[in-house]
Design a protein around this ligand. Structure first.
Ligand code: ADP
Ligand code: ADP
Length: 224
């Protein structure tokens, strides 16, 4: 999916969180949204997800206006900073859950969930509860769950920030591997410059709600 942000803004009562953002995210790419805390990264991601409706502008997926669509109707998968796994469910039940919600038959849902668990390399942990997993493993479960309905867009909100430095590098490479295996258009929010430069096809650099630069990592920070 190509994602087009057409002059989108998000104003809260007394803050302009995002101001007239205009950018196209090419199909099949991994694009990072990079910038300091409070610059509008999460707000932008939430607008892509349909969790916030922009106060101005439009969002297009493959040219189709999705601005008014609910998250469920957008064909996106999302991973949050804290993974948001269901603690009382096993790994398998967590991954199957979105399919269950959409009334997919149990045998089919289970087969699909196991396929996703294999992709993220946690198929040996299917019967465990999230509390019995490491941070990196929990994140793999969250990624599998986000992908199980075969979305065309994957949204990741600071997915590495709760991991230690070593795991952060491993999981960065894992996210890239999975993204390239599926060729899924992916938007990755981070405040970590090295992370953004290391993982992305393009970096969308924000400051105080505005787009500063959109470029390949090698050209970022060069004067235009
Ligand atoms: P980032 O993800 O880059 O840290 P955010 O998108 O979370 O930035 O926030 C951008 C700005 O909008 C900040 O000033 C933040 O306080 C404000 N903001 C974010 N969400 C809300 C909200 N729901 N209500 C009011 N202000 C908000
Ligand atoms: P991040 O770690 O991505 O910057 P935050 O911890 O700032 O996220 O925000 C977490 C949640 O709180 C988000 O849903 C965001 O929209 C909301 N939020 C952020 N700033 C404000 C604010 N000033 N007023 C109300 N809600 C806010």
């Amino acid at each position: 999916m190509t994602i087009t942000l057409q002059n989108i803004s998000m104003k809260f009562s007394n803050t302009t969180a995002v101001n007239q953002l205009n950018v196209t995210i090419p199909k099949g790419e991994l694009v990072s949204i990079l910038g300091p805390s409070g610059c509008g990264k999460s707000t932008t991601l939430y607008m892509l997800a349909g969790l916030y409706e922009p106060t101005d502008g439009a969002i297009l997926f493959n040219g189709k206006d999705v601005t008014k669509l609910t998250p469920e109707k957008r064909g996106i998968g999302m991973v949050f900073q804290n993974y948001a796994l269901y603690p009382h469910m096993t790994v398998l039940q967590n991954i199957m859950f979105p399919l269950k919600m959409h009334k997919v038959k149990k045998t089919e849902a289970k087969a699909k969930a196991i396929e996703m668990a294999k992709l993220v390399e946690i198929d040996h942990l299917l019967d465990r509860k999230p509390s019995m997993l490491s941070g990196g493993q929990q994140q793999r479960v969250a990624i599998a769950r986000a992908l199980v309905r075969e979305p065309e867009i994957l949204l990741l909100d600071e997915p590495l920030s709760n991991l230690d430095a070593r795991l952060r590098l491993t999981m960065r490479e894992e996210i890239r591997r999975i993204q390239q295996a599926l060729k899924i258009t992916t938007v990755f929010v981070t405040h970590d410059q090295e992370e953004a430069l290391g993982i992305s096809d393009h970096v969308l650099l924000m400051n105080q709600g505005e787009l500063m630069q959109f470029d390949v990592p090698q050209n970022l920070y060069d004067e235009p």
